[in-house]
Write a protein that binds this ligand. Structure first.
Ligand code: XUL
Ligand code: CO
Length: 437
């Protein structure tokens, strides 16, 4: 007997299907630009939102009572593994991501917490073997517990720095044991509330020190996965140090860590930083730093991280556009860091959330591939920049001309005519591709 006996495997039925428990656009084996949809998209389930989050918010407690959540903490943790793998199998989701604290209860001591982790990791390993489902990435939760009140690696308390390192060490060990393809750093408490009590220089130096130690440890144990940093501008702290992609890239370069890390870009974090999802992906792509994606969306009426399932086709199209131009995500994938709403209390709501997310990305992939095949924006951008293909261009880009030379050029030639940016025309074409694909 399983935990979702009332639901059978979700299959592709096409866009006209009236069966809500089917894929309308996600057709895993369909080939797009020479690769199957499932290879392009590498979907992953976030363990925390799907199997640990029970609906609590600032104003109320749990709203969801999952029927497998019965027994003591360890029994619940074990049952959740079986429920999670059955869910992923039925959803055709080939990967999962986890925090240490999602999969096993914390014990009274670090030793006890690690013991609990080892027990659950063994069960997860068996389920991975049985199903062929893989681990996209693991991480540690160094933000929830009271000890992280002043930060984790950025804490003013050096014993908290040590504890953080110990948690990361164990989380990296188990991620490696589970064959994880990446390891993520999201600094939930690595930031500040006020500069009146914060030594930002020391905190940033310490964050870099911790990351350096993590790189050393990765090499020592032979972990082959990619290390990823996940930017977020605020929440839970007022200002998070890993504010957005360009801040993180600058930080990594300052401390000589740019070749050791890539970035995990989350859609809702991008919009909290007042950027589009596409902007963040684009900044990573042009810096060769795009590692993986936390696929979700926010609510533009709200100023916090609502972590909703992605349903906006415009955003997924432009996200997949950047991902395709990047040549894919390498070891990364599309992790649904998304939760069904507090009021979505039925167990099958977990399916509807993932179905709409997978379908929206699948359609986005299809549109993005066509936009690239037809070179719609590529050719336009090339044409717009065509003035950079003359003699002046060569001198500027090769550093063969200085201010005096440029002044001479300006005095002799003035400025040639500008071309139109044609934004509205391009937006119309984008809509046309979305409708017709
Ligand atoms: C928080 C968030 C995290 C990270 C992993 O906003 O996105 O869940 O993805 O710690
Ligand atoms: Co995330």
């Amino acid at each position: 007997m399983g935990y979702f006996d009332q639901i059978s495997k979700i299959e592709y039925e096409g866009s006209k299907s009236t069966n809500p428990l089917s894929f309308k656009f996600y057709n895993p084996d369909e080939i797009i630009l020479g690769k199957s949809m499932k290879e392009h998209l590498k979907f992953s389930m976030a363990y925390w939102h799907t199997f640990t989050y029970l609906g609590s918010d600032q104003f109320g407690g749990a709203s969801k009572a999952h029927h497998w959540d019965k027994g003591d903490e360890m029994e619940v943790a074990k049952k959740r593994v079986y429920a999670a793998f059955e869910f992923m199998e039925k959803m055709q989701i080939p990967y999962f991501c986890f925090h240490d604290a999602d999969i096993a209860p914390r014990g009274e001591t670090l030793e006890k917490s690690n013991e609990n982790l080892d027990i659950i990791v063994n069960i997860i390993k068996e389920e991975m073997k049985r199903t062929g489902i893989k681990c996209l990435w693991g991480t540690t939760n160094a933000f929830g517990d009271a000890k992280f009140v002043h930060g984790a690696s950025t804490s003013c308390n050096s014993s908290v720095f040590a504890y953080t390192a110990a948690q990361i060490k164990k989380a990296m060990d188990i991620t490696m044991e589970l064959g994880g393809e990446n390891y993520v750093f999201w600094g939930g408490r690595e930031g500040y509330e006020t500069l009146l009590n914060t030594d930002t220089k020391r905190e940033l130096d310490n964050l870099a020190l911790l990351l350096k130690m993590a790189v050393d440890y990765k090499k020592k144990i032979g972990f082959k996965g990619t290390l990823l940093i996940e930017p977020k501008p605020k929440e839970p702290t007022k200002h998070q140090y890993d504010f957005d992609s360009t801040t993180v890239i600058g930080f990594l370069r300052k401390y000589g860590l740019e070749n050791e890390f890539k970035l995990n870009i989350e859609a809702n974090h991008a919009t909290l930083a007042q950027h589009t999802f596409q902007h963040e992906l684009n900044m990573c792509r042009i810096n060769n730093m795009l590692g993986s994606v936390d696929a979700n969306m926010g609510d533009c009426m709200l100023g916090w991280d609502t972590d909703q399932f992605p349903t906006n086709i415009y955003d997924t199209t432009l996200a997949m556009y950047e991902i395709l131009l990047n040549g894919g995500l390498g070891t990364g994938g599309l992790n649904f860091d998304a939760k069904v709403r507090r009021g979505s209390i039925a167990e099958d709501d977990l399916f509807y959330g993932h179905i709409v997310g997978m379908d929206t990305f699948a359609w986005g992939l299809r549109v993005a591939a066509k936009l690239i095949e037809d070179r719609v924006f590529i050719d336009f951008i090339e044409k717009k920049n065509s003035s950079w293909k003359n003699e002046l261009d060569k001198k500027i880009t090769k550093g063969e001309i200085d201010f005096e030379g440029l002044e001479k050029y300006a005095l002799e030639n003035g400025v040639s005519e500008n071309v139109s940016g044609r934004q509205e025309m391009l937006e119309g074409i984008l809509n046309q591709y979305i409708y017709n694909c």
